[in-house]
Design a binder for this molecule. Sequence first.
Ligand code: FDA
Length: 402
Amino acid sequence: MQYDTVIIGAGAAGMMCAIHAAKPGGPRVLVIDHAKAAGEKIRISGGGRCNFTNLETAPDRFLSANPHFCKSALSRYTQQDFVALVQRHGIPYHEKTLGQLFCNTTAQDIIRMLLDEMDKAGAEMRLETRLVDYSKTDPGFALTLETDGQRVPVTCRNLVIACGGKSIPKMGATGFGYEIARHFDHTVTGIRAGLVPLTFTPDETEEFKALSGLSCEGALSCSGGPYGKARFREAVLFTHRGLSGPAVLQISSYWREGLPVTLALRPDIDLLAELKRQKTANGKRHLATILSDYLPKRLAQSFAEHAGLAERNIADIGDKVLAALATTIQAREIRPAGSEGYRTAEVTVGGVDTAGLNSKTMESKTVPGLYFIGEVVDVTGWLGGYNFQWAWSSGWAAGTAI
Ligand code: FDA
């Protein structure tokens, strides 16, 4: 069989690319996926409502060895372009917080929209199909596809790799895209789990075990990693194994083994100033009660108990001790033991080195007709719809170039 373009991966980027590479009556475009359904990650994303883009999308919210690489695609296919598509399909959506746009009803609306657009463009799709062999020909590629144990030879002029990263292997993430990149002599940067909960050391597990399940407004910062200094102010969740919640997922992409992260609870207030004020105004109140004016009760109790001060009136506690307590609550250095890894990570940080790709088209600089788009590329967004926007923008860039 002969196709103009074969796209490996019917995820966000692959489907977007197919919509723009295909034209009714035009060149034949085929998307294959080894999964039973297209867009499985879209389906489970955003708690089933898909945070499909972010109104504040800007290149500085993406991590890459080359922070300039994402600029072209993001500026030519923007968040407003995707929102316009969603509106054309009449999909109800809302802004949740921090520019994050979610479907009102279900993420399936986004999948249906993409499948509908692919259909209109005349793109073909084969599910439960694997690429079992591939080689470069001149021009194009010779592929062997396998469906239901049946092998079919296919030739194509363009081969687009859109098979995502390694996160959530249970959903079929394989890292196959990196294998193809290396096969064609592309460099793959160090890859690791990103947007992922961090785990405590045994000592911290013991210290924080009473807090498991508690969430609090916090800020988490980290410096010294390859992407420099970062600070995120959002909710922090204590789990039985470590820390989670949006602020933690965000910082995890910047964090590296051995580095400390600094946790500040209630970063919106000067806790020491508050404690001193309370000491003067309400000296007979217990410290734990006073802390619960600022923190969830269980958290307040735990900090007071840990300091051995739970039953003490605040008037009887010296300023130095209060200062140390405020530091523990607002500038606590934690050295995570690790992360929960690809099992729960939302993304893979790192990927196909952008030095080998054209930022306007996503085409390989060394292998004509070979394209890499979406998460497989070394471009990783923040939490909040940024990763889908990269999938849409890079998929569009390759699709329109083809
Ligand atoms: P994606 O992973 O979507 O698609 C790759 C496709 O390739 C898959 O369909 C896969 O089956 C297929 N494939 C893989 N190997 C193959 C092989 N060997 N042969 C054939 N096919 C193969 N982002 C965001 O912006 N907002 C959000 O709300 C969320 N929420 C979220 C929740 C969870 C639980 C996760 C795990 C991730 C998110 N994300 C997110 C991240 C987002 O899902 C991710 O960045 C995009 O799906 C990446 O799109 P791609 O098309 O590049 O890969």
